[in-house]
Write a protein of this length. Structure first.
Length: 265
């Protein structure tokens, strides 16, 4: 496990113990084997007793628990956090503001998508200002993910179990360009993971091309920012559109203003 101290922990105006606690929760969430005190200490760059006391405190609060091997895993109170994050309603402003900026900057149709349980959902959609534009995506469950840039992106960054569940059954051909061969689709998903973004060229609808960029936190695609445009304009403006979508995703991943606060060890 890497010996890494988070950027927030390096900042002297942040509460160090809170930063470390969040880091430990993230490490536990990302590990399939749970977390031990020695690994936690190496990751935080602290002594083992310090790491152990942090882990024990998080257990007392119910956000971590010990399994049969005495390793630390996510606890039941994490379910409250997940429920709050996934609750129905408008997405938070820190996700919507970059979407509005993306649509305004590119004048193309932009939408925000994320996992909701085992389904991909469109959370918000804004039509572009161009005279000829793609219609906005309907909010709600997202169909035919194998044929769409956003779907392929989120499939690429999720675990194999979710991928298999969502792609259960034959892959439907929506256009002549839709990928319906599973081996070819898996190869493309691997390429998406490597380059960090996805696109489709008339795979979902004739005459329409899309690109999608993930809001990545610790390797998890929390949400995706997508642009749709007519194929000719998409090809002409591809690099500009990709750069704008990347800026939107980066802005969403780092929404916190840099307030000053008292240092606490």
């Amino acid at each position: 496990m890497p010996n890494v101290i988070s950027e927030s922990e390096k900042t002297p105006t942040r509460i160090r113990s809170a930063s470390r606690a969040i880091r430990l929760l993230t490490l536990a969430a990302r590990s399939s084997e749970g977390l031990g005190p020695s690994e936690a200490a190496r990751a935080l760059g602290v002594a083992v007793p310090t790491a152990y006391h942090l882990l024990a405190t998080l257990c007392d609060e119910g956000v971590l628990a010990r399994d049969a091997r005495r390793r630390f895993v996510l606890g039941p109170r994490v379910g409250v956090l997940v429920d709050g994050f996934l609750r129905d309603g408008a997405p938070p402003e820190y996700l919507l503001a970059p979407l509005r900026q993306l649509a305004a900057e590119t004048a193309e149709t932009a939408y925000l998508t994320a996992w909701r349980g085992t389904e991909i959902h469109v959370l918000a959609s804004l039509e572009g200002a161009n005279a000829v534009r793609v219609a906005g995506a309907e909010c709600g469950p997202y169909r035919f993910p194998h044929a769409r840039a956003t779907g392929k992106l989120l499939l690429a960054f999720t675990h194999a179990g979710s991928r298999r569940a969502l792609l259960d059954g034959p892959l439907e051909a929506l256009t002549a360009h839709t990928i319906v061969d599973r081996a070819r689709l898996e190869l493309e998903l691997a390429e998406i993971r490597e380059r960090g973004w996805a696109e489709d060229h008339e795979e979902f609808a004739e005459g329409v091309a899309c690109l999608s960029v993930p809001m990545l936190l610790d390797g998890v695609a929390v949400a995706a920012y997508t642009l749709s445009a007519p194929v000719a304009r998409f090809a002409r403006d591809h690099e500009r559109l990709l750069a704008a979508a990347r800026r939107a995703a980066a802005a969403a991943a780092d929404p916190a203003p840099h307030h000053e606060s008292l240092e606490t060890p």
